[in-house]
Design a protein around this ligand. Sequence first.
Ligand SMILES: NC(=O)c1ccc[n+]([C@@H]2O[C@H](COP(=O)([O-])OP(=O)(O)OC[C@H]3O[C@@H](n4cnc5c(N)ncnc54)[C@H](O)[C@@H]3O)[C@@H](O)[C@H]2O)c1
Length: 410
Amino acid sequence: MFTVSCIGTGPRGIIYMKEMVKMGQDKFKIISLCDKNIERLKMAQNIFSIPDENCYLNEDDFFKNNKADVCIVSTQDQDHVRHAIKAMESGSDVLCEKPISNKESEVRKLLEVQQRLNKKVMICHVLRFAPAFVAVKKMLEEGVIGRLITIDNIENVGYMHQAHSYVRGNWRRDDETSPMIIAKCCHDLDLFVWFINSECESVSSIGDLRYFKKENQPEGASDRCVSCKYHGSCVYDAYDIYIKRHFWGKDMVSNVRPLTDEVIAKALEKGPYGRCVFACDNNVVDNEITMLKFKNGVTANLRMTAFTYLGGRIMKFYGTHGQIDLDETQGIIKVMRFGQPVEEKPISSLVDALSGHGGGDTGLINGLYDYLMNNNKNATSLSASVESHLMGFAAEESRINNGKVISIKH
Ligand SMILES: NC(=O)c1ccc[n+]([C@@H]2O[C@H](COP(=O)([O-])OP(=O)(O)OC[C@H]3O[C@@H](n4cnc5c(N)ncnc54)[C@H](O)[C@@H]3O)[C@@H](O)[C@H]2O)c1
């Protein structure tokens, strides 16, 4: 049984701890919590019944008293490395949220400290554990489509998710958190590394913030939905998104519980999620295309776009003897061996549709347990996670330089 502490008891920290509780007390036992926000801390304390003396508002007090076998670091992007290092220094192995950091120097530092202290660190690249992606990985390994030549990947962010997270919400500014290619697409880059099984050689990327800015605000619109003449007719109307359409992001609109429609409406009056999508202080891109070449010759293409009806990835794998399409938006995997009939497998036959990240959240915690027990191939080692971040930093450098090809320095 592994004892667990958690710093950053927001939605992500809570999801992982709930998954641990589901696995049973003989596997994981949550013993201490830290969040600088008292409401967030209390919410988690109540869910997991943690005594007052083991709940901390201050990170120094938390780490001074940290005795857990494993510490979940689920704070914001710019704090992960500091918290992961403090956790290792206090004796814990670490489950660290992605992205590792938005700075290359910090990413490299974490790897150096992890190797020096000889601690286990797993980054939450949950899709490596999602059954649909695991199934494709297995087929590639078995040579079902021959030798892999190239991958096409569309990251359909979805218009409401873009508005929620990357225009109004936490990941709207690259100087406060991370550029889009790191914040959203580090999963895609990590999947490429995993599927292609090679280090990346070079990257080129173009993209910009095209739509969610002041010049596109409809005439006469107000900067807040509550007082806007388009209230009720705009597709980005916050009241419509969070109250009528019950978008999942409503949980983040307020920390007050129970989260009634009245509570949400009140929070939208003054809070960040009630702002006009054309009048926020966002600067991250809403569309980006990235081309990558790997050392083993395989190539890949990633299109990230906000402008999609549905969310989810559409990945196409082209091999010498066939093609595999993994389409999360339609919930289907198609296997097309050349000269043979098409085989279709619904993703729902592989995974409980209601579980987070296509089953990846559950799979990740199972994978963590195996990793701590030295039982698995360590599907997502820190060094592999570092590789995808180096690709992301290079892609961002390329994007800022109008698509210049950037070689990755290993
Ligand atoms: N693996 C995935 O697929 C996935 C999905 C979504 C988000 N994320 C990542 O997970 C992380 C957390 O996301 P979230 O949505 O829970 O964010 P959040 O901002 O809602 O929650 C983070 C929590 O950390 C607390 N916190 C911040 N600094 C702290 C400090 N110094 N000491 C103690 N507490 C502190 C905040 O008060 C907050 O409650 C982010 O880095 C995000 O990029 C990963």
